[in-house]
Design a protein. Structure first.
Length: 277
């Protein structure tokens, strides 16, 4: 099937275009701190020639425990994301959880992300597609790669072909995820770019009791393998001090380790890029 490239800002994703990076903190931790992380990432991507999309959540609605930090919420979060977008001059991706959020968030976010747990929610997919923004769907941990064809069809039938699909691991027993490398060519076969979430894929869901654990030490291995298997971009949660992060710290990449990881990914991508047309 012919690859549908997705236009975003001044670059395209998919079909052998440059490897794109969606990266930032898991959740907005205030404007200044989130902007600092975004600036650090942009400096790296500018040096390496990688198209960059800033990511952060304004609300983590599926935290393990009721009192876990969720973020600034919709109203304040949208303001922060808009300011970061203006300051960095890059596109922004953030997730939505309810249909009523779609139009408001699309005013500042270039990409609306559908969380993995909500990847089959027809009304949410429809609302996101109707905004005209790019829709990035995280594949549910409970779905097979081939199941994502139905997700693509729902977005199509809602009037959009601006679609990204993101792999973030499959449930493998309790509190564990694995990545099936067959997922990348299977989902690319639907004709849309595929992104690899290298940090959520090493998450141990609920593994810390009232929060999720993670195995950050394996991110680099999975990233290299995924790029070799054929992806169009990477999704990475990045923080200057992951142990102090307010969400998903155990699986986030240290900001000062990011450039080395991306250099490895780019070297592998150049080998496989010609096969991704």
């Amino acid at each position: 099937m012919k690859m549908n490239k997705v236009k975003l800002a001044n670059f395209e994703i998919g079909g052998g275009e440059p490897l794109v990076l969606l990266a930032g903190p898991c959740v907005l931790e205030g404007f200044e701190h989130s902007l600092m992380i975004g600036r650090g990432i942009k400096e790296i991507t500018d040096r390496l020639g990688i198209p960059y999309v800033f990511k952060a959540s304004f609300d983590k609605a599926n935290r393990s425990a009721f009192h876990s930090f969720r973020g600034p919420g919709l109203e304040e979060g949208v303001k922060i994301l808009g300011k970061i977008r203006d300051e960095l001059g890059v596109p922004v991706v953030t997730d939505i959880h309810e249909t009523c959020q779609a139009d408001t968030v699309a005013k500042v976010a270039d990409v609306l992300q559908i969380p993995a747990f909500l990847s089959r929610q027809t009304d949410l997919l429809h609302a996101a597609a109707q905004t005209g923004a790019v829709v990035n769907v995280k594949k549910g941990q409970f779905l097979s790669p081939s199941d994502m064809r139905n997700v693509v069809d729902k977005i199509h039938e809602s009037g959009s072909d601006r679609i990204l699909l993101t792999e973030r691991g499959e449930s493998f027993g309790y509190n564990n995820l694995v990545v099936d490398m067959r997922a990348f060519p299977i989902m690319r076969g639907f004709g849309y770019p595929v992104i690899f979430d290298g940090t959520h894929s090493v998450q141990l869901p609920g593994g810390a009791g009232t929060s999720s654990g993670g195995q950050r030490e394996y991110v680099e291995y999975l990233v290299r393998a995924a790029v070799g298997a054929g992806v169009d971009g990477l999704f990475l949660e990045v923080h200057d001090n992951p142990p102090e992060a307010l969400s998903d710290g155990a699986n986030m990449v240290y900001l000062d380790k990011l450039e080395e990881l991306l250099k490895d990914a780019l070297a592998i991508y150049e080998v496989v890029r010609k096969k991704l047309n």
